[in-house]
Ligand binder design. Structure first.
Ligand code: ADP
Length: 428
């Protein structure tokens, strides 16, 4: 049997892998994607963006039904059935997996192999699967192995659920917990906390530092926080000590202002971050990485011009749409003979947090202005007819302009309502 040779081998088949795979296959390159899941779309569809948004939309509808009981003439408050919501989420995932399988089958030149890839030398990757091992010769390698839930060494962490347990197909959590404790105030923890609060759980979120959504635009966070559901209690400057299991219940014990405090719940979600998944063999060939990910510049090349690292594995912008753009940048640079022709912008990336309600920002905001004066335009949702119809008057849009040219530099919104920007614009 001859040795398999490919133009591109993608380690992983998520959002950082398949855009490059399709782009190159369309121009006649031979592409092999390897992923232990054996399906295309990575963690976004398996346990991330898509299933969490399926739960979010149902929670949002349930919340609206609850708020609009009188307007709809409902005699009693309807309680959502979380088990049915999980079934809906599972069906969405199933449907999208079938769609992606069709897309793959329709594209000549790409093969997806279920297995784990490891790098043997700069042009050889070994695939280990249930049938054994195979060595592949690769003209180019795209490391797109993503990230995984980080589980900190807190005693009793094994008694907690993670986003994997909530959102994967056929998930562990199938009933709405009466009380939920969320450890971690990053976007995954806060989004999930807001969905469950909207669905009727009493949610307590424990954040280590003084601010939730660390690393996100502080102006956006300040606008968002007061709009979060009332059933969501946020405690900051909390140092979680341990989690104890008491039959079906969990007790979380923490220190705050030198005092020991604790709370009990039916479920605890541990959401303190994600770590890059560095494929075996990277270290062996001297690819540089740290705890944030594989080191790459805007061309996405590692120290080897023909080995690229895109998406969560490089830790630059851990968002799905950024992974897709980075994947295409890698593809363009491969097509350019590994000369950097295209560059990823790690700074001007639209960022949304899909809490209920959502918030978003892009570009230069006051936090990133570095002393530059910005002209601020504000639009309050309270003035907007759609917001009035939906009785969601809270929130606003802010646009940031360069004062001399009125060039739009950035924007932020504390609730993602599609509104026409017809309000009064004032200089602030
Ligand atoms: P991204 O959005 O950056 O593409 P994801 O986490 O969505 O990231 O996808 C990464 C995929 O890479 C996951 O499906 C994971 O199973 C896969 N993966 C991780 N390590 C390996 C490996 N060594 N070999 C093959 N696939 C891998």
């Amino acid at each position: 049997m001859g040795e398999t040779v490919v133009d591109l081998l993608c380690i992983g088949a998520g959002g950082a892998a398949y855009p490059a795979a399709f782009r190159l296959a369309r121009v006649g390159h031979r592409v092999l994607m390897v992923d232990p899941k054996g399906v295309m779309s990575g963690n976004c569809l398996y346990e991330g963006c898509v299933p969490s948004k399926a739960v979010r939309e149902m929670a949002s509808l349930a919340g609206a039904l609850g708020r609009f009981g009188t307007q709809l003439g409902l005699a009693e408050r309807l309680a959502p059935d979380y088990t049915a919501i999980v079934q809906h989420k599972d069906r969405v995932q199933e449907r999208r997996y079938a769609q992606h399988a069709q897309e793959l089958a329709a594209q000549p030149g790409i093969e997806l192999r279920k297995g784990v890839a490891r790098i043997l030398d700069p042009h050889t990757v070994q695939i280990d699967d249930e049938r054994g091992s195979e060595k592949i010769q690769c003209h180019h390698i795209l490391i797109a192995s993503g990230s995984d839930v980080f589980v900190p060494p807190i005693p009793g962490a094994e008694h907690c659920l993670t986003s994997h347990d909530l959102y994967k197909p056929d998930p562990v959590l199938r009933n709405l917990p009466k009380r939920l404790i969320v450890v971690g105030g990053g976007y995954i923890g806060l989004e999930t906390a807001s969905f469950f609060a909207e669905l009727g759980s009493q949610v307590t979120l424990l954040q280590k530092g003084g601010q939730i959504l660390n690393g996100m635009d502080p102006g956006m966070v300040a606008l968002l926080q007061p709009l979060l559901p009332a059933a969501l209690r946020i405690l900051t400057d909390v140092d979680v000590q341990r989690i104890e299991a008491q039959g079906p219940l969990r007790r979380v014990v923490w220190q705050r202002s030198g005092q020991e405090e604790s709370a009990e719940a039916e479920a605890v979600l541990l959401a303190v971050g994600r770590s890059p998944v560095i494929p075996e063999g990277c270290e062996g060939i001297g690819i540089e990485f740290d705890r944030h990910g594989i080191r790459v510049g805007p061309s996405l090349q590692t120290r080897y011009p023909h080995i690229y690292a895109a998406g969560d594995v490089n830790g630059r912008v851990p968002l799905f749409h950024a992974a897709v753009r980075q994947s295409l940048v890698a593809a363009h640079n491969i097509l350019g003979g590994n000369q950097p022709l295209d560059y990823a912008d790690f700074y001007n990336v639209p960022t949304t947090i899909f809490t209920l309600p959502a918030a978003a920002y892009i570009g230069v905001t006051p936090a990133k202005a570095e002393g530059r004066e910005l002209l601020v335009g504000r639009y309050d949702f309270a003035e907007d007819s759609r917001a009035q119809i939906l009785e969601r008057l809270e929130g606003e849009i802010r646009l940031f302009f360069e004062p001399s040219s009125l060039r739009l530099l950035g924007a932020g919104s504390s609730a993602s309502m599609p509104v026409a920007l017809l309000g009064r614009w004032e200089r602030r």
